[in-house]
Design a protein around this ligand. Sequence first.
Ligand SMILES: [Fe+2]
Ligand SMILES: [Fe+2]
Length: 141
Amino acid sequence: MDKKTLIQKLNEDLSGELSAIIQYLTYAAKATGPYRPQLAQFFLAEVPDEQGHAQFLANKIVALGGEPTTVPRPVPAAKGNRKMLEAVLKAEKQATKDYTQRAREADEFGDKGLSVQLEDMVRDESGHAEETERILRDWPV
Ligand SMILES: [Fe+2]
Ligand SMILES: [Fe+2]
């Protein structure tokens, strides 16, 4: 993998992280019903993690000589708590998959530091996915 392609892929990841921040902020505002306080809290608690990921990626892209994107991936429209949780689960699973692949590509490129950091992010995103999956498991209706 050459540097230009790696920068391009990291920018796609950054786009996903910017989207995740917006997704969690918006879904927290939209949570309704008797579980609203916990659900809004759950969504908002993810924001600092995603912000940390975005910050890392933007810094790394600049370090590699690239220009970090400011354009988020579109946030899926989701109506209702269950649909929002399902959209979050899908995004977290995608992020887990993307960073697993990106860590391999970073290794191939020869940047062990980046690869280790991306593997840390796999741990974060798979943790988010598991927590969301457990909330959905017994979600009423
Ligand atoms: Fe993230
Ligand atoms: Fe996440």
